[in-house]
Design a protein around this ligand. Sequence first.
Ligand SMILES: *Cc1c(COP(=O)(O)O)cnc(C)c1O
Length: 401
Amino acid sequence: MTTTLAIEGGKPLREKMLLFGAPYFGQEEYDEVLDTLKSGWISTGPKTKKFEDEFAAYVGAKYAVALNSCTAGLHLSLVVSGIGPGDEVIVPTLTFGATANVVEHVGAHPVLVDVDATTLTLDANAVARAITPRTKAIVPVHYGGMPADLDALHHIAKQHNVMVIEDAAHAIGAKYKGRTVGSLSPLTNFSFYANKNLSTAEGGMVTTDDADLEHKLRVYHLHGLSRDAWKRYHTKEYSLSEVVVPGFKYNMTDLQASLGIHQLRKQEKFIARREQIASFYDEAFSEMDGLVWTPPRPRDGLSRNVLHLYPILIDVTRLTVNRNRIISALLAENIGASMHFNPLHMMPYYRETYGYKPNDFPNAQRVGEREISLPIQPQITDHDAQDVVDAVKKVLGAYHK
Ligand SMILES: *Cc1c(COP(=O)(O)O)cnc(C)c1O
């Protein structure tokens, strides 16, 4: 029996689109937002403070500063680390544009490095080779929620006296050798963008154990003012607040924090459900004769991939069409598939500015040509997950050589 693919005029496998990465809110979030709206204090205030405190406790960091995005956090991290013109910052080529763009914002140069073929996170050996006297920081990305090899990266950083600034946009709740991401490096940045594991529509958090860095983050995140509005409001005695540095406008609002507080409290439940869905996918795709590579999990019993993404790599050499056509075919079946990432060395700006070639980074290149991200948000049902598997099998079956 052959079934005509929806993209070729057949009937879609599902009637309704299964969205990719849709956020998952409940009554707790609705009530909290309403409470904030009625409270008279909607921008940075008591709920932002509460979210910061609970977040710091969850990841095991001394300090957490809430921001309006992870990109803002990455930018601030470079600023408070004193990184500027002439400096180099090591970034994996397999990441979102923001990771490298912020390096350009401070006038420094991102130096792209390949990822490990198995974990898809920074290859520590390649990092060691990319270090120069101008290197000031290494920015590991926990791709898809898989913790990067932080011991190896911290070792290199210590040897060369450079900062480690984590891009943990995918990694809230991720663990590395028993410790939670956010408590391991001098600065760690989280994203609460619409489709991230914890969503506040837009938002971010930077964590640190260093009081001096925390102070600088506070000052720079809100115009470079000596004290923020909530603190001014709560001091009975009036005093002027002063601009001490030309800071940015990167603060989180209490409306966002209202979502964040409850999303944070639900994370462990969310992660457990992501693990269930991932195990179901692992099992289903293991039967496909190597046509589909499934994402790794740490095997030390102490580390945890929080499965922000479920990235599969398809063996395009055994297919009659390329990866983009496969994604289009899945979308036509009403499966919200996506891809992460077209590597930065393939992006016009970085390619042309630094003269990168496609095969400079073979592991990332391979991901860029073969990767498909499948829906794995915690609210999808077992039935939805079965539809995803059936659609992948239907499409790959139809395009098999
Ligand atoms: C989403 C993402 C960011 C940016 O997060 P924002 O909160 O949207 O600024 C940075 N890095 C990676 C790897 C991301 O996936």
